[in-house]
Write a protein that binds this ligand. Structure first.
Ligand SMILES: [Zn+2]
Length: 161
């Protein structure tokens, strides 16, 4: 028997429910087909994206989404490299916990290597998540980042005297 829907809202909800059911049952197949379609139509997607970004409204929405995502990523990564995984500078007694004033420190001062490979900021954070949070990093506030560099320069200077 054909179902009768009272309103177009009911109809929409029913359609949503049925396509959701199909998706749950065919998840892998659907994902693969989406992926394949993307790979065979890559340039179409890129073109559509380029067109979309010509609209200033779209552009600023896009930027905001990216900024939010990157901020969330930064908080996650810096929290991980904080003492007890609580977002804060790792310097003894320092209480700075404002994410805008914190950054990731290469404990052995080998950050130049990552930067040479194009990994800084969000790109570095993504890499660390992907690698499962390798060691060798700590969260520092920008003042203590500076202080550490100063101490290091002083030590190096003493060494060369
Ligand atoms: Zn600090």
């Amino acid at each position: 028997m054909k179902k009768i829907y009272l309103t177009s809202e009911d109809k929409k909800a029913a359609r949503r429910q049925s396509s959701r059911k199909w998706w749950m049952a065919n998840k892998e197949k659907a994902r693969k087909s989406n992926r394949d379609h993307y790979h065979t139509h890559k340039s179409d997607y890129a073109e559509r994206q380029r067109e979309k970004m010509k609209d200033p409204k779209e552009r600023s929405a896009h930027r905001e989404r990216n900024n939010n995502r990157n901020l969330e990523l930064k908080v996650n990564v810096l929290s991980h490299y904080s003492l007890n995984h609580e977002l804060r500078c790792s310097w003894k007694k320092c209480l700075v916990s404002d994410v805008d004033m914190l950054s990731l420190d290469h404990i052995e001062n080998n950050g130049a290597e990552d930067r040479r490979h194009g990994h800084a900021g969000a790109s570095l954070y993504r890499k660390l998540v992907k690698l499962g949070f390798p060691g060798g990093f700590q969260t520092l506030c920008l003042n203590h980042q500076f202080k550490k560099a100063l101490n290091r320069a002083r030590t190096l200077r003493k060494g060369s005297l």
